[in-house]
Design a protein around this ligand. Sequence first.
Ligand SMILES: Nc1ncnc2c1ncn2[C@@H]1O[C@H](COP(=O)(O)OP(=O)(O)OP(=O)(O)O)[C@@H](O)[C@H]1O
Ligand SMILES: [Mg+2]
Length: 231
Amino acid sequence: MEILRCDHLCKTYRSGSSAVHAVDDISLSFEQGSFTAVTGKSGSGKSTLLHLLSGLDRPTSGQVIYQDNDLFRYNDNQLSVLRRRRFGFVFQSYNLVRELTAQENILLPVMLDNRKPDDAWLKRLIDMLGIGDRLEHLPGALSGGQQQRVCIARALANKPAILFADEPTGNLDGKTGREVLTLMRTVSMELGITMVLVTHDLGVAEQADRIIRLEDGKVAGDSGIRKEALE
Ligand SMILES: Nc1ncnc2c1ncn2[C@@H]1O[C@H](COP(=O)(O)OP(=O)(O)OP(=O)(O)O)[C@@H](O)[C@H]1O
Ligand SMILES: [Mg+2]
């Protein structure tokens, strides 16, 4: 079943008389519960595409449809509510709030939504991510891998339908990066969360059900859901 799609998505940046077609007429459909890796060279449009798909940024033209909701028909306020409730986002730079403890950071999106935290859910997340003994620490007292695991917990705290991640292991050493990625994938699979992950690491991309390769803002390759991923 489809959960998200984009139709003829374009994002053009203009400066003076020149234009950069960062995303150039991309149409894609994503299956619920699938894990897609988006790869491509630096500047090929990966982050731009992810920002559009997740409603962080508005396209120049084209649509993003999340379960029959046309994202860009919403105003900024409605869009940020939908994003907060249904999407989680993990960035390359951990971007935790430095003055808040790990626990407070994780709870932030739930608090912003004026909702009561689901303690059982949070405990499960924290256990799966192995950060139970770090909850009272400020981000500055955590290793990179621990900070990224806190970010994953924060992104999943609101039980999103889709987890978007942009080079989430880019700042970590190889081994820690693989551990964090495996965790992210295990948690998402167990919880039935759809994942869209940007990476230029082919070893990482190989773990996905589907690999999409971008070139100059266009889809240059799409494996579709690979058979072995379904077995
Ligand atoms: N805010 C912006 N203003 C102008 N041009 C931009 C802006 N953001 C991105 N671009 C341009 O759009 C193109 C795609 O950028 P994007 O950040 O999506 O690439 P990327 O594939 O994520 O690269 P990287 O692997 O280095 O993160 C690039 O040519 C970039 O310079
Ligand atoms: Mg990028």
